[in-house]
Design a protein around this ligand. Structure first.
Ligand SMILES: Cc1ncc(COP(=O)(O)O)c(C=O)c1O
Length: 423
């Protein structure tokens, strides 16, 4: 039995089955490379689901976290501390100033805080409780806690855990007309991702966020932009919504912010930053000094190494390369920066993910027909080229298997059908 197999047996014996059984057991990482417990090396093109912004074991992150854990690891919210204040100042500055931050531990927690801000906002506008509706997008994803789940636009994820907080009304993502028709004087807030992440890296049409901003301005609803996956440089801008030139009322962050250390942030801009009163919300670990030091190291490094430019350039190179994969299984490439999906003509993403992994490339079947790439922001041009070659080979392997399978099926049924994908 390999070390991976042995660890997997132990995992299956003690872990709740909510994640299924992950197919790989990591031991360590360095830059964009990770090694499993059997010593096999992989090129990491998923970064722990868009988290390891600086790659693995970046010296700046190691130094900042080591120094902070040796100085002051924890304070709770009974004390304030320099790394927390400094990080909040940096985030507010990057978001255009005049904002206030609540720190949590993850993306769901950041959205829970935003949901509670929406309730405060709604009740301030209508104390009788007639303004509590939230509008969110079909196919959107905001987390797994009950509040964040209530905002998540996949019925199958929500229904087993009903009843959830509400009312939440879902509109088709990217459809500005539907948004304008739905958001009203009863709406407390609109929650939107600037591009659907878990939905399959689906950007909306240009102007969608501007339309959302306009309808929120007209009705007085808060515009909450969930940048948990898209924020901190993933698209080549600090925040994806900046491409539309809008200023949201609330921005939620997590994932890449801590570069691998757990931290989430709910940033209220303008009056939204003053909606919570003392005692309205809290978290024992939220904004702890170690996670804040990690996030400061991420922000400083993105700036110092000009990673936003690199994300745009390497991302464009990666997207261009992926577009050259000529296969009946590939329909195109979606996304921007280092946040891309290889869009498929059939639901074979899991097979492509597995074939890529066998060849030493980590990608993610984010949807049955979409393979997501969200590598560390430090991915080099050479690594992007290797990624394209790896994906090309993985797609080719799955296409050959599909072709052989189709030919066998056709043989068994006594004829070859034109639409079985034999090229
Ligand atoms: C846009 C978005 N919001 C929220 C979340 C939830 O984040 P977390 O898993 O850290 O709770 C995710 C996670 O994938 C996400 O992509």
């Amino acid at each position: 039995m390999t070390a991976s197999e042995a660890l997997t047996v132990r995992w299956d014996a003690v872990m709740m089955p909510n994640y299924g059984t992950p197919p790989v057991a990591f031991a360590r990482g360095e830059g964009c490379r990770v090694w499993d417990v059997d010593g096999r090396e992989y090129l990491d093109l998923i970064a722990g689901i868009a988290v390891s912004a600086l790659g693995h074991a970046h010296p700046a992150l190691v130094e900042a976290v080591s120094r902070q854990v040796a100085t002051l690891a924890h304070s709770s919210n009974l004390a304030l501390h320099e790394p927390g204040v400094r990080l909040a100042e940096r985030l507010v500055e990057l978001l255009g100033g005049d904002g206030r931050v609540f720190f949590g531990n993850d993306g769901a927690g950041a959205n829970e805080a935003a949901f509670k801000l929406a309730r405060r906002h709604g009740r301030a506008l209508d104390p009788s409780g007639g303004r509590l509706e939230v509008v969110a997008a079909e196919g959107g994803f905001h987390g797994r806690t009950l509040g964040a789940l209530a905002l998540t636009g996949t019925r199958a994820k929500r229904e087993p855990f009903a009843p959830l907080p509400g009312p939440v009304t879902f509109v088709p993502y990217g459809d500005a007309t539907a948004l304008e028709a739905t958001v009203s004087e009863r709406t407390a807030a609109v929650f939107l991702e600037p591009t659907l992440g878990e939905g399959g890296v689906v950007p909306p049409p240009t102007g969608y966020l501007r339309a959302a901003r306009a309808v929120c301005d007209r009705t007085g609803a808060l515009l909450v932009v969930d940048e948990v996956q898209s924020g901190i440089g993933r698209t080549g801008a600090w925040f994806a919504h900046q491409a539309e030139g809008i200023r949201p009322d609330v921005v939620t962050l997590a994932k890449g912010l801590g570069g691998g250390l757990p931290i989430g942030a709910c940033v209220g801009l303008g009056p939204s930053g003053r909606l919570f009163a003392k005692g309205d919300h809290g978290s024992t670990f939220g904004g702890n000094p170690v996670s804040c030091a990690a996030a400061l190291a991420v922000v400083d490094t993105v700036e110092r190494e000009d990673l936003l430019t690199s994300v745009r350039e390497v991302g464009a190179r990666l997207a261009t390369g992926l577009r050259t994969i000529d296969s009946m299984l590939v329909d195109g490439v979606r996304g921007s920066g280092l946040w891309l999906a290889l869009v498929l003509t059939r639901p074979v993403a899991a097979e492509i993910e597995a074939a890529a992994r066998r060849a030493g490339f980590l990608v993610n079947a984010v949807q049955p027909d979409a393979v997501r790439l969200a590598p560390p922001l430090v991915l080099s041009a050479g690594q992007a080229d290797r990624a394209v070659a790896g994906l090309r080979a993985a797609v080719g392997e799955v296409e050959r298997a599909a072709t052989v399978g189709a030919a066998r099926a056709a043989g068994a049924s006594g004829g070859i059908h034109q639409d079985e994908g034999v090229r």
